[in-house]
Design a protein around this ligand. Structure first.
Ligand code: ZN
Length: 244
């Protein structure tokens, strides 16, 4: 199976469309949460995602849009965007987000938004956090989002050590060794934060056993224009073009 692995779309339809077009043929989408929040197209992104055979876990912004999290836990810009999103959601989009689980297990993989230990809030940004989280799931590979930074962590069971996979990778990462456990992050479709404003995603081929990170340009100005039209926070509009 060839999976399109995406995360943190954040209501950015232009970015999602660019990824869908760039990905080429795939069998199914695995989405790691935060479909909505920050961006101008929450309902449109839910509708588009539902056109595909897919599974999706809940992210913190999905829960915030449903009123399941205290908006005081977010910074002022995110809080304002979340309050706007809450008002925009159609009953259908709301019902869709309500039904998203925290964890999904498929084949050798666990899918969560933040971390296996704390799926809604925890960021796996460094090796220390990865080491702790390797003890929190039984599947061989865990796919995470939330940080908006494409990154990978490997636990080598033979040598009993760990290492970090920092992109850009020279070639698709091989997933075929049963001795390697991994935590992999495809980066963010709709709001990258690694200094590269292009939409980030991954293609996972479970037959060839490869993980390929990809970036694709999208018309950022379209998303920014729509955010301006809805009076969303200036800083959120600007950050899209710098990728931070
Ligand atoms: Zn996010």
């Amino acid at each position: 199976m060839r999976y399109l692995v995406i995360s943190d779309i954040h209501a950015n339809l232009a970015a999602l469309e660019a990824v869908l077009e760039d990905a080429g043929p795939f069998d199914m989408i695995w989405c790691l949460g935060d479909v909505v929040g920050y961006g101008p197209d929450p309902n449109e992104c839910v509708v588009r995602l539902r056109e595909f055979d897919h599974v999706c876990v809940a992210g913190n912004h999905d829960w915030a849009a449903l009123g399941k999290l205290d908006l005081e836990d977010f910074n002022p810009d995110a809080r304002q965007a979340n309050a706007w999103t809450q008002k925009q959601l159609t009953p259908t989009a709301r019902a869709y987000l309500e039904a998203l689980p925290l964890r999904i297990q498929r084949e050798d993989f666990l899918l969560v938004h933040g971390s296996p230990r704390e799926p809604i809030w925890e960021y796996v940004l460094d090796l220390g956090q990865a080491v702790v989280n390797f003890t929190q799931f039984d599947e061989r590979i865990c796919l995470v989002g939330h940080t908006h930074i494409p990154l990978g962590f490997v636990r080598d069971l033979v040598h009993q050590d760990y290492h970090v996979l920092v992109p850009p990778y020279p070639a698709p990462v091989a997933l075929n060794s049963p001795q390697m456990r991994m935590i992999l992050n495809p980066g963010s479709v709709g709001q990258p934060r690694d200094g590269d404003p292009r939409a980030s995603y991954a293609l996972l081929d479970t037959k060839a056993k490869t993980w390929e990170l990809r970036r694709v340009e999208y018309p950022i100005e379209i998303t920014q224009e729509r955010m301006r039209a809805h009076d969303l926070p200036r800083r959120l509009i600007q950050r899209l073009e710098i990728g931070r």
